[in-house]
Design a protein around this ligand. Structure first.
Ligand code: PEP
Ligand code: MN
Length: 680
């Protein structure tokens, strides 16, 4: 048998396979551990034992650290891991202890629809995740589901309230207003619509498709592309599956879930048919009695209010939340039933109505508004952690900040208004999943010039995340000077980039080259980049201005600072106020560097505009050894962020290898910039 290198790829595959098996087993064991935690929570509730025993928690961690030595494992790693595990277990137990109203381990749940309906699937996700066994009450309408709880036939009802594609479900809002039930929880459920048919059916042969109006709205693009097909509204998603199963006609299809296909013996003809791949519905869990939210668990409160009919009435009401530093997470308006000239506002905010702060805020609100009803305070996993402000939330600039932000020049801005300091004096903060461009802390963006392969982007993303960067970059549509250079992987690359970002918890930024692609790229990219070669592509700027995603606009390599601000104005003028400006080097007579980094652009821009300014030292330098000194200089001169190219194998990179940092160099740079590393 040969022992040369030709056997290596197979060995690598085998080892990866073995590692995957171990990881799967770790996950299974974590789930098993969580089930024991939930059993413990029930037992503690039954025997009235306190929910926490910190001595036991510390003993448990100490024992695991001692065991680690026997296995030759790093004790630091085991310490960190088990603290996370124990904290999670405490959280899960406290959350459950706070949900006494949900039946302590078993409850009856009413949903609109039948087995396999999205309401049931969401309710399963909610209750199974909390170790509660459910028996089901099937109801024909949302009103009937609510009545089941009111009449004591069910302990709780689970109702859809809003969808990321089709918006508010008004009927449920109206029910919450009219009824006397309270919201005791919420759950965000990923809806995956499929086209179902009977065995032997095919998409091309369908002439009729049944679907709930919500499902039809959420799949409208797919349905519009089918020829000669009648879409028939049906009252219930899973029922439409049941109906076509009974019809046994290969020319009829239904829009429903994969679970519905399994339940009714149907075939999935096509998946991924929703207009947006990220299609979520938020469901509320309602019960007759409110729940307690234990200490240490995030709470959400839902209220409905009507404000006065005078200018600024809504703003005054919302100002009460701002003044109390309470974060609003949802605002929805609805006409008052039978009184269409007046609006009701539904609000969700962070906090528990039984806490002192929220209680006094609601009191203040009552002084401002014409009507206020609290729909419930409940534990919620649906809240995103708020970024911590480093210096105690003070907004007045420190001495250093004041020096870095020169007073705006008295010159009238040339050809721009919305971007000027005259229009807005305080700094715009563009916030993307915890990264705050324009805030106090430097934002570090890292990633490869171009997405080249799955392995490349995953390896680089992991290193970028570990180093503490908060945004992942990667070009998928590459604007190359030569048509013969690598042009990028397009949408396939974008999928890899987004998946890598999601895996390591990083939002992603990627360049968009043409106006036609803006909408498609904006569906999944967190920030759109417009590159130096496109800074004056006015139709692209306008298209980005119509998007809801922040735009990172790079300075044209031969453009002045005012021209950059005028380009930004195209985006702002279309409506999108989230523009991040980027200095990336300009063309001069100097040939020692790829471009000349115009560092003075940073204070000049900060004087003229409220928009955040980042610096890209990589494209300025063109050479990796110059990147760190330029990045440090950018920080010193007041840049709000730094964007750096980094690659797991720069020597073999398909673009901009010579200026891309090695992973270790990126980590050293992050340390030098004072960016806190992830978990250390
Ligand atoms: C990039 O950042 O991927 C890029 C192409 O940069 P620039 O537009 O500044 O050349
Ligand atoms: Mn590049």
């Amino acid at each position: 048998m040969s022992d040369n290198n030709s056997t290596q790829p197979n060995n690598i595959d085998q080892i990866r396979h073995d590692i995957d098996d171990v990881d799967t087993e770790i996950l299974r064991l974590l789930a098993e551990r969580q089930a024991h935690s939930l059993r413990m929570a029930r037992e503690k509730a039954r025997s009235d034992t306190p929910s926490r025993d910190q001595v036991r928690e510390e003993d448990l961690i100490a024992d695991r650290i001692a065991d680690a030595l026997d296995h030759d494992l790093d004790t630091g790693l085991v310490n960190r891991l088990w603290r996370e595990i124990v904290n999670d277990s405490v959280r899960v137990q406290q959350e459950m202890l706070g949900e006494k109203a949900l039946g302590n381990g078993a409850t009856t749940v009413a949903v609109q629809g039948i087995e396999g309906s999205y309401s049931q699937l969401a309710a399963k996700q909610y209750f199974e995740g909390r170790g509660v066994d459910v028996s089901w009450v099937w109801e024909r309408t949302f009103t009937d589901a609510v009545s089941a709880v009111r009449e004591g036939r069910a302990g709780a009802a689970v109702l859809p309230i809003e969808n990321t594609t089709s918006g508010a479900i008004s009927e449920v809002y109206d029910l919450m207003l009219a009824g006397d039930l309270t919201i005791v929880g919420d759950v965000r459920f990923r809806v995956r619509h499929c086209l179902l048919g009977i065995e032997g059916a095919s998409v091309g042969d369908l002439t009729r498709i049944y679907g709930h109006p919500q499902a039809v709205a959420q799949c409208s693009d797919f349905l519009a592309n089918l020829d000669d097909v009648d879409v028939i509204y049906f009252s219930d998603t899973a029922l439409s599956g049941k109906k076509i199963a009974a019809m046994a006609d290969p020319s009829v299809g239904a829009l429903a879930s994969e679970d519905a296909a399994r339940i009714f013996g149907l075939q999935v003809l096509k998946t991924g048919i929703a207009n947006r791949s990220q299609n979520y519905t938020r469901f509320v869990v309602v019960a007759a009695e409110p729940v307690e939210v234990p200490d240490g668990v995030s709470a959400k409160t839902s209220v409905v209010m009507a404000v006065g009919n005078h200018p600024g009435a809504l703003m005054d009401a919302l100002g009460v939340f701002r003044d109390a530093d309470i974060n609003l997470v949802m605002l929805e308006s609805r006409p008052i039933p039978d009184n269409p000239r007046e609006e009701l506002f539904y609000l969700d905010f962070e906090g528990d109505a039984r806490s002192e702060v929220v209680e006094s805020t609601l009191d203040e609100l009552r002084r401002q508004v014409r009507f206020l009803k609290v729909l419930g305070s409940y534990p919620s996993r649906d809240l995103r952690p708020r970024p911590q402000r480093r210096n105690g939330g003070s907004t007045s600039p420190s001495g250093r900040e004041a020096l870095l932000e020169p007073a705006s020049s008295s010159k009238t801005p040339k050809g721009y208004r919305l971007g000027s300091r005259g229009h807005k004096s305080n700094n715009t903060v563009v916030e993307v999943q915890g990264a705050r461009f324009g805030g106090e802390d430097l934002v570090l963006i890292g990633g490869p010039c171009a997405v080249e392969s799955w392995d490349q982007v995953m390896a680089t993303a992991k290193a970028v995340a570990d180093s503490g960067a908060s945004v992942l970059r990667g070009g998928c549509f590459k604007p190359r000077t030569s048509p013969y250079s690598f042009q990028g992987l397009g949408f396939e690359g974008l999928e890899m980039l987004v998946e890598a970002g999601r895996t390591y918890g990083l939002p992603v930024v990627t360049e968009v080259l043409s106006p036609e692609n803006v909408e498609e790229v904006a569906k999944v990219a967190d920030i759109l980049q417009i590159g130096t070669r496109n800074m004056q592509n006015f139709s692209l700027l306008s298209a980005a201005g119509r998007s809801h995603r922040p735009v990172l606009l790079k300075r044209g390599m031969s453009s002045s600072i005012d021209e950059l601000l005028q380009a930004a104005e195209y985006i702002l003028a279309e409506g999108n106020q989230q523009v991040i400006l980027c200095e990336r080097g300009i063309r001069t007579f100097e040939t020692s560097t790829r471009n000349t980094l115009d560092l003075s652009a940073v204070p000049v821009l900060r004087g003229r505009t409220h928009l955040p300014v980042v610096v890209d030292p990589s494209h300025a330098a063109g050479e990796r050894d110059l990147v760190a000194p330029l990045a440090l200089a950018a920080q010193a001169i007041g840049a709000h962020g730094v964007m750096v190219e980094v690659h797991n194998d720069p020597e073999n990179a398909l673009s901009d290898g010579p200026q891309s940092l090695h992973l270790e160099q990126f980590d050293s740079l992050a340390r030098a910039l004072g960016v806190p590393p992830r978990r250390r």
